[in-house]
Structure formats: structure tokens, C-alpha cells
Design a protein around this ligand. Structure first.
Ligand SMILES: [Mn+2]
Length: 328
């Protein structure tokens, strides 16, 4: 990981464009705006670019007002920084055009499946969140972390660790979180904005989602399904299903939890979580996806029942191959 090189690039340049992956989550947005605000604060010219508006649920993040559409930015930038993104294509075509039209591309990420596509790759799969790497970068570059920057980076940590519950919650992650609280991130407010602003429709969707819960024979695999019908019925939107997958894993004896979402007819988005030993990055890769060892996803084309059967079968196969037992 070339963090010192990245510090030099940040210190030695003035003209930056930043982006992250499509359907940005808390880590993507927190890293984007945390770094963006920090560069602005140190007097640099910064464009933060996203092809779609920031989700309403994340609009409490300081810096949202600076986010631009790819069509808003013109010309060639000195440095492009792409955050939390395994491969260039995940930024979306329009943001990709902007970020590629730079003299130097820096790829900052923590996914084990990262493709090392940058001129400089600051990739640390040990980091709990990309926001954790951004925090190290800022500290090493001697940039003061304001409360607004801290809030963004803290959100990155909270969301990518499932509120410090997932296995990626390391001592370093918690030290970074503590440091960000010292810098002025407001835990209480952030927690409320992230987890206590749900709509009635989204809880109705949760109830329908839980009704669909199924288990395989051994009880090691649990899954839930949200079809288009169920979604329309509940009045919710797919973004409301954030976090619902964790209920699968909350069951005793379950090693792998899966959520199937019919995002459009014939297009099924599949999310995976594992508890102790199954490498779901590897599982998702069987279907052209990826992510982390304990959290990953992919998109599979087909009818929802067929996709379910296919994915469960593959999951059982990999579970059996992992010798049916925890390695640690
Ligand atoms: Mn992340």
C-alpha cells in the first residue's frame, strides 16, 4: 500500500477530482466528502463528482452541497481520486470518463477484490472501511480534521462495520473512531440520522421481507427475498432494504445469510453475509460479483426462483468444501 506516495500527491497538487462507486453507501459517501472537504479546507481546488444525487438518507452528511454531476465538470484534472471502488466500471460510465481524464489516478480502497487499476493504488484489505484509510492519509498529510470531516469519516466506519459489530471491527478501526470523536464527530446525532429515521413503508417492507425467510436443510443458510410485487405492495423503495440482510445472520446456527432483490424483472441483486468462516467474496465471484470475505454481492439474470435455487446450490457446495467447519 503506497500511502506515503499518496500523501506526496495530495501535498504536491492543487487540482483534484474525486468520485466513488454507483449506489454509494455510507463508506463511499463519507470517504468522498470527508476527503473532499479536507482538500477544500487546505485550499485546494476540488470537484466531488457523482452521477446521481446523494440519497435522501445521507443528505445529513456535511459537504453534500458540493457534489457535482459529471456533466458539470469540464477539462482535465491533475489528480483523480476514486474511493471504495473495486474496479473503474463501478464508478459508472460518466464519472469514469471524468476520472480517467486526469494526469494521475489514485485508487483508494479496502476491498480484497480490488483490481489495482490506478496509477497509484492505496488498497488495504485490512482496513474496516475506506474512510479509515482516508483518515490515515489526512493525518499523515498534516491536514486538520474538522468536525464536518470527522462526521463523514465516522459514518464511513459505522456503516461498513455494521455499527462496529462485524468481524472487520479491529482495534485500529476503533482507535480511528475514537480519534474521529475527539475531532468532533457527533455519535448520537449520526446514529439517529442513520438508524432512527425510517419510514413506515420501510418497516412494512421489513415485515414482508421477514415473512419470506427460508432455511436450507442443515440450517446453515438463511435467505430472504424481495420481489417487485412485494416492494410495490409495501410502498417502500429498494434503498429501504439496507441492513435487512443482517436478520438472516442473526439466526442461531446460520453461517451464511442471503438477500435476493428483484431490482427489475429478470435481474436479481444478491447480497451475502457470513458469520465465521465462509468466504462470500469467493461465492459472489462465482456469479461475477465480489466484495469482502464476510460481505459481498452480485447480480444474476433470471427468474427469481431459478436464481435462488442456483445460488443456494452453489452456497451449499462452497460450505461443504470449507470442510463444514469454522477455521477459527
Ligand atoms: Mn467500503
Amino acid at each position: 500500500m503506497d500511502i506515503e506516495e499518496a500523501v506526496k500527491i495530495i501535498q504536491g497538487n492543487n487540482d483534484f477530482v474525486l468520485t466513488t462507486h454507483l449506489n454509494p453507501d455510507g463508506d463511499a459517501l463519507g470517504s468522498l466528502m470527508g476527503l473532499g472537504l479536507a482538500l477544500l479546507k487546505s485550499g485546494k481546488k476540488v470537484s466531488m463528482v457523482l452521477p446521481y444525487p446523494v440519497l435522501a438518507s445521507y443528505q445529513f452528511l456535511p459537504g453534500c452541497q458540493h457534489v457535482l454531476q459529471p456533466s458539470d465538470v469540464l477539462g482535465r484534472f491533475d489528480v483523480g481520486i476514486i474511493l471504495d471502488c473495486t474496479e473503474m466500471a463501478r464508478a459508472g460510465e460518466k464519472a469514469q470518463d471524468v476520472i480517467e481524464n486526469t494526469r494521475c489516478l489514485v485508487n483508494v480502497d479496502h476491498h480484497i477484490s480490488n483490481q489495482y487499476f490506478g496509477d497509484l493504488n492505496v488498497v488495504d484489505p485490512q482496513a474496516a472501511a475506506t474512510g479509515e484509510i482516508v483518515c490515515s492519509l489526512l493525518v499523515r498529510a498534516g491536514i486538520t480534521i474538522t468536525p464536518d470531516i470527522a462526521t463523514n469519516l465516522y459514518v464511513a466506519l459505522v456503516t461498513d462495520t455494521g455499527s462496529f459489530q462485524h468481524q472487520n471491527t479491529t482495534a485500529k478501526c476503533l482507535r480511528t473512531a475514537a480519534y474521529l470523536l475527539d475531532c468532533g464527530a457527533k455519535h448520537n446525532l449520526i446514529h439517529q440520522c442513520l438508524y432512527e429515521q425510517k419510514s413506515l413503508d420501510s418497516l412494512r417492507l421489513l415485515s414482508r421481507c421477514l415473512e419470506s425467510l427460508a432455511l436450507n436443510k442443515s440450517g446453515a443458510i438463511a435467505w430472504m427475498t424481495i420481489s417487485q410485487d412485494v416492494l410495490l405492495d409495501s410502498g417502500a423503495v429498494f434503498d429501504d432494504s439496507d441492513g435487512m440482510i443482517d436478520y438472516t445472520k442473526s439466526l442461531k446456527g446460520v453461517e451464511v445469510g442471503i438477500l435476493f432483490k428483484e431490482v427489475s424483472p429478470g435481474e436479481i441483486k444478491v447480497s451475502f453475509r457470513s458469520k465465521n468462516y465462509l468466504d462470500v467474496n469467493q461465492l459472489a465471484a462465482c456469479f461475477g460479483g465480489g466484495g469482502h470475505e464476510r460481505a459481498a454481492g452480485c447480480t444474476v439474470q433470471g427468474r427469481i426462483k431459478n436464481v435462488e435455487a442456483l445460488v443456494i446450490e452453489k452456497t451449499e457446495e462452497l460450505l461443504a468444501a470449507s470442510c463444514g467447519g469454522p477455521k477459527r
